[in-house]
Design a protein around this ligand. Structure first.
Ligand SMILES: Cc1cc2nc3c(=O)[nH]c(=O)nc-3n(C[C@H](O)[C@H](O)[C@H](O)COP(=O)(O)OP(=O)(O)OC[C@H]3O[C@@H](n4cnc5c(N)ncnc54)[C@H](O)[C@@H]3O)c2cc1C
Length: 249
């Protein structure tokens, strides 16, 4: 689900970071981190959230209506931001893990439209079991890739369940070397980023390390790391503000 929130004050964050959303369930405040899809240049906060049927927060988020309010921690953090020391950016995502990369790419688009000169090139591989899981971001990124500075490859891992799918098939980790080699993204010119399913992140990190990327050239965010979630909540400011739903898709 894509959720868009209007905030009581303009958010301050760097493209690629995440916010912490809180809702009250049975009298208890529950909070979870969510990568921000929108650009800091946009006047709203957008999130791309996968339903975890047995989860505590996501079924409640599914019940939100236009105008419902949630809490959002004032401090937005995270290190999956653009590494400006290099010109090439190899971004790998599963399903909702595309969120921080969309924020970075929207920011690039807006800044280029405003006249910024930049030579950053992006290769984004987006994996899901079926194409419906790409949400609206597949068409957004396909559209953006026409400008020439982005190559976007959506790939489905269960093509047999979707005979009409004509695009790339297999998991992100199966196709990353093929596209990186073809398009000249290597350890000399690139930063690598991996976000989403923890197994994908672990697998691609091993692939990058074999391709001679240094540890500091690789940024990652594992969405299911509960330890990391708890650590984030402990470290983040307790100040809260409300945000009102202004769009659902
Ligand atoms: C930095 C960071 C950014 C994140 N950004 C996003 C985002 O942009 N979009 C998004 O959808 N999620 C994101 N997550 C995951 C999110 O914070 C929650 O963990 C997730 O939405 C589940 O919350 P819940 O309360 O419904 O489930 P919980 O009650 O917390 O968990 C229930 C069980 O489901 C498992 N689980 C959690 N997430 C998933 C999943 N996606 N698939 C399968 N099992 C899962 C948990 O490990 C646990 O065992 C992010 C996590 C981190 C650490």
């Amino acid at each position: 689900m894509t959720l868009r929130f209007r905030l009581s004050e303009r958010p301050s964050f760097i493209a690629g970071q995440f916010a912490t959303i809180g809702i009250v369930v049975d009298g208890e405040m529950l909070e979870r981190p969510y990568s921000i899809v929108s650009s800091p240049h946009e006047p709203f906060l957008e999130f791309f959230i996968e339903l975890v049927p047995e989860g505590r927060i996501t079924p409640k988020l599914w019940e939100l209506k236009l105008g419902s309010a949630v809490f959002v921690r004032r401090r937005m953090v995270g290190q999956l931001t653009l590494n400006t020391a290099v010109t090439h950016h190899l971004m790998l995502a599963t399903v909702t893990g595309i969120a921080p990369f969309v924020s970075i790419l929207r920011t690039q688009r807006i800044e280029r439209e405003r006249g910024a000169t930049t030579n950053h090139q992006f290769l984004v591989l987006h994996g899901a079991s079926q194409s419906a899981d790409f949400g609206s971001y597949r068409s957004e990124l396909e559209e953006l890739s026409r400008a020439g500075w982005l190559t976007y490859i959506p790939t489905v891992s269960r093509p047999w369940a979707e005979p009409s799918w004509k695009g790339e098939t297999g998991r992100v980790e199966d196709i990353v070397r093929k596209y990186a080699d073809q398009l000249g993204f290597d350890c000399c010119n690139s930063a690598a980023y991996a976000c989403g399913h923890p197994q994908m992140v672990t697998n691609v990190k091993a692939i990058f390390e074999r391709a001679r990327f240094n540890r500091d050239q690789i940024k990652e965010e594992k969405y299911f790391s509960i330890d990391a979630v708890n650590q984030t909540l402990t470290n983040t400011s307790m100040l809260k503000r409300t945000a009102e739903v202004s769009g659902i898709a």
